[in-house]
Write a protein that binds this ligand. Structure first.
Ligand SMILES: Cc1ncc(COP(=O)(O)O)c(C=O)c1O
Length: 360
């Protein structure tokens, strides 16, 4: 019965709705920004070999130490600067658990990643969103002025894909230092021109969240990692569930890092395809945001037009993401970049819609 549920949750929250997953077999799925290129064959064979020679009766490493050491070597960090989560989602949740007290102010932007609000309200915080700048970059000065105990931003932003320069984020870190923590969600960072890693050794209030879900083609293993100042990370490790990462997940992530050449090649292909798709969509007359993620956000003529496009694409077995709940972006749709073959199908469907079905 809902009367058992905490009032703050009952009265303020709705379940996060991600992209539709139960879709017809063979449909084109571009609604969760997954990677359309397959998981590294090295990851698959490592998992198979492991299971041929071991069973799963033992607990996994409690703190994923081997994976942390591997990440530390790959990203030139200390293991003590890393925390591992069940997807970047758990890393983000653990940051909230560590930093946010009841009554604290948590700030973010509109639009942004939908889970920030849920974690903030769940912690009993006041949650405040600042509109993005007109060019959809992060409004640094406004966020500094609001002085959140925790400020959470996504760079490149989701769902727009727009990238904010690291020098700007540095200004934000500096502005909040001594008062608040800056969480930079870098879920899509591998598809961008730059990243915020260099801020970690300079600012004790910056935490970066990353994931294996996108660039590594490993959304199914739920593996994310957080990077930050050793002291903050030590406290995040206090609230993290022990054994939060299964043995197979840890092994898969390590194998993926061993095969980074494969991952890198897919990243390059996705960036190339993103630019191709963007150019073609613009030729069709859409406003396309300058995305640096593995997805494109396109503005349609009206809210109605956006809904019609989503439904038309669905009728063609193409699933894209629509954020109709947010009036600020209800006239837009988000499309994950596919392989060339998939992108051509998307373009053909959109062309058909524009020629025959768009209400003039
Ligand atoms: C901006 C953003 N942050 C975090 C996540 C969660 O990713 P993960 O699969 O690592 O939990 C997503 C997932 O799509 C996302 O878009």
């Amino acid at each position: 019965m809902s009367s058992y549920v905490r009032r703050v949750i009952r009265e303020n929250l709705k379940k996060y709705v991600g992209g539709e997953q139960r879709i017809p077999k063979g449909a084109i799925k571009l609604n969760q920004n997954e990677n359309e290129y397959p998981t590294s064959p090295h990851v698959i064979s490592t998992l198979i070999n492991y299971l041929k020679n071991n069973d799963l009766r033992r607990y996994p490493e409690q703190d994923s130490e081997t994976l942390k050491d591997k990440l530390a070597r790959c990203y030139n960090l200390k293991s003590e600067q890393i925390t591992i989560g069940n997807g970047s989602d758990e890393v983000i949740a653990n940051v909230f658990k560590t930093i946010v007290d009841k009554g604290d102010l948590v700030t973010s932007t509109n639009p942004t990643y939908g889970m920030f609000k849920i974690y903030a309200i769940e912690a009993g915080a006041n949650y405040y969103e600042v509109d993005l700048n007109d060019d959809y970059t992060i409004p640094i000065d406004k966020l500094i002025n609001v002085r959140g105990k925790l400020t959470a931003v996504t760079n490149p932003n989701s769902p727009t894909g727009v990238f904010t320069k690291i020098s700007e984020l540095e200004k934000l870190a500096k502005g909040l230092q001594g008062y608040g923590v800056l969480l930079i969600d870098e879920t899509y960072v591998d598809f961008t021109r730059d990243n915020a890693l260099r801020l970690i050794n300079k600012y004790d209030n910056v935490i970066i969240a990353r994931t294996f879900s996108k660039s590594f083609s490993l959304a199914g293993i739920r593996l994310g990692f957080g990077i930050g100042n050793e002291d903050l990370i030590e406290w995040i490790e206090v609230v993290r569930n022990p054994y939060n990462i299964g043995t197979l997940n840890q092994i898969a992530a390590i194998a993926a890092l061993e095969d980074y050449t494969y991952v890198k090649k897919n990243i390059e292909r996705i960036i190339e395809e993103r630019e191709f798709l963007k150019k073609k969509l613009r030729e069709l007359g859409f406003y396309v945001y300058p995305s640096e993620g593995n997805f494109l956000f396109i503005k349609c003529k009206t809210v109605e037009d956006a809904k019609n496009i989503v439904n038309f694409l669905k009728s063609k077995n193409i699933y894209v993401r629509y954020f109709g709940d947010n009036p600020k972006i209800a006239d837009s749709i988000r499309i994950t970049v596919g392989t060339h073959e998939i992108n051509i199908k998307v373009l053909q469907a959109l062309e058909e819609y524009l020629q025959n079905y768009r209400i003039k």
